[in-house]
Write a protein that binds this ligand. Sequence first.
Ligand code: MOS
Length: 726
Amino acid sequence: MDFDQPAGDSRIDLSRILGQPATRIDGPLKVSGAARYAYEQHDVLEGQKVGYPVLATIARGRITAMRTTAAAAMPGVIGIVTAPEVGKMPKPFAFNVAPLFGGDEVVHYHQAIAVVVADSFEEARAAAARVEVDYAGETGGFDLHGLWPERREDARDPVARVGDFEAAFAAAPVRLDHDYSTPAHSHAMMEPHATLAHWQDGRLTVWTSNQMVEWARTGLASTFGLSEDQVRVISPYVGGGFGTKLVLRADAILAAQAARRLGCPVKVALPRPAVMNNTSHRAATLQRIRIGAEADGRITAIAHTALSNTLPGGRGENAVDQSRWFYAGAHRLFVHHLGEMHLPESNAMRAPGEAPGLMALEIAMDEMAEKLRMDPVAFRIRNDTQVSPEDPDKPFSDRHFSECLTRGAEAFGWSDRPLRPGSRRDGDWMLGWGVAGAYRGGPAMTSGARLRLQPSGRLLVETSMTDIGTGSYTILAQTAAEVLGLPLEAVEVRLGDSDLPASAGSGGQWGAASATAGVYAAGLALRTEIARRLGVNDADTLVFEAGTVRGSDGARSLADLAAEGEIVAEDAIRFGDFRKRQIVATFGAHFVELGVHALTGEIRLRRMLAVCDAGRILNPVTARSQVIGGMVMGVGAALMEEAAIDTGRGFFPAHDLAGYEVPVHADIPVQEVIFLDTADASATPLKAKGVGELGLCGVAAAIANALYNATGVRVRDYPLTLEHYL
Ligand code: MOS
């Protein structure tokens, strides 16, 4: 099905099951342990062995010798595969930056350089500790801050330049020019990367934890010189990914390489300490924002410059892009510098770009509002826009940012906010309120599905889509049930298998919108197929309702019809170019109240509210869960998370969730989420967009702004720890 024009009114009622608060189909399986993750596939193959990685202890250089004799003699050891003996391998996928395994070159600390395979995990781990490695180390660059003084002034090669920023900024009566910083972040997902690999007759099958089944298959095929149909990737449950599981990581390559060489199934999980330095992280950013405005609050000039770390060949963290589209203003300048560093790979993490970009921009907006003596809500509304600030002929498909702000202000009681910083107390607690805007794109990707109406009357949905904890199983079941007029209980969803029709996968918050559109397309195809069985030309003359199909000749139950033989249909949604003539994006506003203890400086959040404009909400339970999860991550980014860098030796010393702190339940107060009742006809046939990344955007800045409101101290460096404001 080609989606090549905005969706009109649907002939199918899309509110009977879609948009209803269905709880997760996979929830009971997960809490009871019945949902098997990649490392738990004990039943699928006999003779599984366990691999444990050996990781480089230098940040850069060459392996000159590896001694494995002592390790190989350890109890239970079956074999050891080393990177020098495997030799240099191709990069699995364009999106990968660092090599995952092979060759004698080390490009970052904790690069995988061998895998030790044994009968048990403990034996493999013990033997891995006995592998001895000699290196010829090289020095590297690890200090982003050293590049900043020069780069913050450098406007060559801008991402975008409109009008004459410098002149307009100089002429503006009210001006802001400040630097901001965000540290590197770790994805810190609950389930570490893990893969079980098995070879049979030259074909490779992996059970792995991956967001993008198709990309993983392509990556394995290119790494091992196979055709895509010689590779099968199975990823039915993913315990969080946040971007680091968009592509293959070392676990998959080590398991597949070892399984091939040793002739047995091998599983490898990356131990938690390896996740920090072996996989990927969100790059640190240094940012400079300049805003000039008229006294009435109209922005006339805006510039955003950012610098982020990357290995050579990577993309870093583009923290300036959302600033191009978020607020109006005639004169504009956006610059993104890559600071080549020899740290581990920086790559996409939830809302890549927007998350750290808004951490800075939305503090700057708060500061500007104060300079202008305006309410920060009113200042944002003053600079809202319905068209691209770079091209007045390019409209937003559906943008309700101002309404997010006004609805949120009303629900939060914003008019009662403390106007003067440090002016409100509750005993020893200084109270502060903060607001920030949220912006995140609304991408969509081709996505396919197959629907099988079975003789039992049940409907099977098959697609390679993944569920990374987001609710894919549930919203896809809802979509299929809706289109075929079946109860939700009659639908079964099979996901995460490259043998199934290729899907969009889970990334960039395109998953929910794209995959439901794919199932919708397959659902229409199944309706057509059912009509054909009934000898009816136009499926739209039929009514699908309560498990029956009704035409002019009366009603028949779908189960009855399928009893004559399974009815199958497959289709995919393909998104046309018309979408590119508009900006399809999602919007939000975050409101926060916190207390700062007057004696200890401790910050305790008191309440949080998010208002989201993300098109039709497919399921308010799973969507809310995405947003509150994003808000929790925003609390982490604001108050705790920092993958600090050892700039001497080039690695992240925090190796676990004790050293890299994330929020726990006790840190999280009341969270409320309001979804605006919007529908974006240019998004998908279901008029839906994603919320999974939007929920994180802007949260940390709302907290920083509340901290300022509580204390009168403006902190522009994250996390907002005591040393910045005491
Ligand atoms: Mo997302 S950073 O595309 O998982």
